[in-house]
Design a protein around this ligand. Structure first.
Ligand code: GP9
Ligand code: MN
Length: 427
C-alpha cells in the first residue's frame, strides 16, 4: 500500500508544468477570495433575455482590465456536485465516479489541501457558507483540509424570510460574511460559497427583478432569475471590497461550480442557445463554467487555454509564488505555456483543443464537426484517452487508499483534525 503513492508521484512528476515567469509570484502575500458561484454556467456571460443582460456585474468583472477570464474552462464534477468542485479546487484531486468524496472520505483521509498549506505559510483561512455545517460533510472535511474557521449558517442573522431553498439568500450572506472577513488577520484565504442560484431556483417575490425565460420547461425557466439575483449579490460584494480597499491587496477568484441545467433538458437548452437541436458536442460545450482571476496589477484578457476545476490550485499556487515540485496535484497551471490541455470529464469523456470525445462520438472542438477519425487522429485520441483514464484512476486511488497518509512532502506539516473546532462559542 505505501508504495502505491510512488505510481501516483511518477505520473504527476511526468506532467508537472513549469510556471510562467510573467505570472509566477505576482500575487505573493495577497489575500485570496474564492467566490463559488452556485450552478453558474459560462453561457450566462453576456447572455441576454429580451435584450437585457442577465448578469451585468459578473460580465463586467469578466471583462475587467484586471481580470483574466478563461473561456474554455469546464466543470468536472459528478454526483458530488458542489463537493466535487470543492475537492478539485482545494486539493487538485478529482471527485469520485460515484457519490461524494467529501462525504465518504472527508473525515478519515489525510489531505494536503490549500487551506492547510496556506496556513503553514502565514495565512488565516476561512470557509463561509449559509447552509447547515453538515451538508456534504463540510464540518468534518474542512478540518481535514485545515480550515481554521468555518462560518456556517449558525453564524448569520436568522429570520425565516432570510432563507430560500438551501439556506441564506446570497445578498444577506455576502453582507453578513463581511463582518467575519473584516476580523480575519491578513493575509487571509477566504472561500465564500453562494446558494441561491440552486435548483429549483426559488426566489421570494421582492427579489425577483428579472423575467424568467419562456422555454416552457418549468425547471429551467427560473434559472436566469436566480442567476440575476446572484449577480446582484456578487456586485454588492465587489462594491464592499472596493469601499474597504480590500480590492487593493486581494486576489479575487470567481468560478461556476457546475451546470445549473442538466442534460435532461435538451429542448429547453436548444431554445436558450437559439439552436434547432442539441447533440453531444453542444452538451460538452454546455459544461463550460466561468473561471476568473482578478487583482490589481494583473493585465486582464480572455484566455483560451483548455482546462477545468482540477487546474485551479496549481494556477493559484504559482501566482502566490509557491513552487510546485512535490505536491500530489493532478491539474496543471492554466497560465503555464506548455500545458497538455486535456480536460477530463468525470465519466471519461474529454475535450482537447482538437477533439471533443463524447462516448463513441468524436467532434472537432473548433468547429463542432462530427468526424470519423483517420489513423493519425485515432492515434492522438488514444493517447489522450490513456492520459484521462490514468489521471482519473490514479486520483481515485489516492482517495480510496488514503494514499496521502504515506506521503510527507518537505515543508508540509500533517494536519491534526483535533486542532479544529467550528462551534460558534469558539468563534
Ligand atoms: C449546499 C450546496 C449545494 O450546501 O452547496 O450543493 P449542490 O447541490 O450544488 O451540490
Ligand atoms: Mn453546487
Amino acid at each position: 500500500k505505501p508504495k502505491d503513492i510512488k505510481k501516483v508521484l511518477k505520473f504527476i512528476n511526468q506532467h508537472r508544468t513549469k510556471p510562467n515567469i510573467q505570472y509566477y509570484g505576482k500575487a505573493k502575500g495577497k489575500n485570496v477570495f474564492i467566490i463559488h458561484l452556485e450552478s453558474f454556467q459560462q453561457f450566462l456571460i453576456n447572455y441576454r433575455v429580451h435584450g437585457r443582460l442577465v448578469t451585468p456585474n459578473i460580465d463586467k468583472f469578466y471583462h475587467n482590465d484586471h481580470t483574466i477570464a478563461f473561456d474554455n474552462f469546464y466543470h468536472q464534477v459528478s454526483q458530488g456536485k458542489t463537493s466535487d468542485a470543492e475537492m478539485m479546487l482545494e486539493n487538485s484531486l478529482f471527485g469520485l465516479p460515484q457519490g461524494s468524496a467529501m462525504v465518504t472520505y472527508g473525515t478519515q483521509n489525510t489531505y494536503q489541501a490549500a487551506p492547510a498549506f496556506l496556513d503553514q505559510h502565514g495565512y488565516s483561512t476561512a470557509a463561509l457558507h449559509g447552509d447547515v455545517p453538515s451538508f456534504w460533510n463540510r464540518d468534518n472535511t474542512y478540518k481535514s483540509w485545515g480550515y481554521q474557521y468555518f462560518f456556517d449558517s449558525k453564524y448569520y442573522k436568522e429570520k425565516p424570510s432570510y432563507n430560500v431553498g438551501y439556506g441564506l439568500k446570497d445578498k444577506i450572506f455576502f453582507k453578513d460574511a463581511s463582518k467575519y472577513i473584516q476580523r480575519l488577520p491578513q493575509p487571509f484565504y477566504a472561500k465564500l460559497i453562494t446558494l441561491t442560484n440552486h435548483y429549483p431556483y426559488l426566489l421570494d417575490k421582492q427579489n425577483r427583478s428579472f423575467p424568467a425565460t419562456k422555454t416552457g420547461d418549468k425547471t429551467v425557466d427560473p434559472y436566469v432569475q436566480t442567476a440575476h439575483y446572484l449577480d446582484q449579490a456578487f456586485g454588492e460584494f465587489l462594491h464592499y471590497l472596493h469601499k474597504t480597499g480590500l480590492d487593493k491587496n486581494s486576489v479575487v477568484v470567481a468560478y461556476g461550480d457546475h451546470y445549473g441545467i442538466s442534460n435532461n433538458h435538451r429542448p429547453a437548452i436548444a431554445q436558450l442557445l437559439h439552436k434547432s437541436n442539441i447533440n453531444s458536442y453542444d452538451l460538452a460545450q454546455f459544461q463550460k463554467v466561468p473561471f476568473m482571476i482578478n487583482y490589481r496589477g494583473l493585465q486582464g484578457k480572455i484566455d483560451h487555454t483548455y482546462g477545468g476545476e482540477i487546474d485551479v490550485l496549481p494556477t493559484l499556487m504559482h501566482l502566490l509564488g509557491y513552487k510546485d515540485n512535490n505536491t500530489v496535484q493532478f491539474g496543471n497551471d492554466l497560465l503555464s505555456n506548455h500545458r497538455n490541455q486535456i480536460v477530463a470529464f468525470r465519466n471519461g469523456n474529454f475535450v482537447t483543443p482538437k477533439f471533443t470525445v463524447m462516448g463513441s462520438d468524436v467532434y472537432l472542438t473548433k468547429t463542432g464537426k462530427k468526424i470519423k477519425p483517420n489513423a493519425q487522429q485515432e492515434k492522438e485520441i488514444k493517447a489522450d484517452r490513456h492520459y484521462v483514464d490514468e489521471e482519473l484512476s490514479l486520483s481515485d486511488q489516492v482517495i480510496y487508499g488514503d494514499l496521502l497518509r504515506f506521503y510527507k512532502p518537505k515543508g508540509f506539516k500533517k494536519v491534526n483534525k483535533k486542532d479544529y473546532n467550528y462551534k460558534p462559542s469558539y468563534g
